[in-house]
Design a protein around this ligand. Sequence first.
Ligand SMILES: Cc1cc2nc3c(=O)[nH]c(=O)nc-3n(C[C@H](O)[C@H](O)[C@H](O)COP(=O)(O)O)c2cc1C
Length: 155
Amino acid sequence: MANMAVRLAGAGASGLVLFNRFVQPDILLDELEVAPHLVLSTSDELRLALRWIAILRGRVRASLAATGGAHTAEDVLKLLLAGADCVMLASSLLRKGPTHVAAVISSIEKWMTEREYVSVEQMKGSLSQQACPDPAAFERTNYMKALTSYTSKLA
Ligand SMILES: Cc1cc2nc3c(=O)[nH]c(=O)nc-3n(C[C@H](O)[C@H](O)[C@H](O)COP(=O)(O)O)c2cc1C
């Protein structure tokens, strides 16, 4: 993925969108038809873009746009901290309508003011892989730790 991103930028792409989410058709068994099947995203899907934007920030000469799972101000803030130049919202606007944008921006401004950030530029990429104190956290899979934390939640 990183190699492909660098090659795309080298070939002249000035920006990369990570990642488009495909609308995938389904098969209706009663009608024996192929039909469109729109499933809107949730914030759980955010981490795919979050991880790759954090890894690519500072390593590829292209703007990085995040899409897929950004619903709340917290989601947008995480993507900006990872290093996104822009965050796109589709599913959340379909669910909540266009006025949701103003609410998200207002919550972002509140969060930034509380932490004394003066600009988006200042926080952009401050938790990218290159900038964060534990760069390996973006790479290792660590299934054992994930599994332990999952089972301990059930206990
Ligand atoms: C109704 C709908 C139509 C979309 N149409 C397109 C499209 O024409 N081209 C495209 O590249 N992506 C399209 N997308 C994908 C979105 O651009 C976006 O990548 C995806 O929905 C993930 O973001 P989200 O989690 O904010 O929904 C569409 C998404 C939805 C929900």
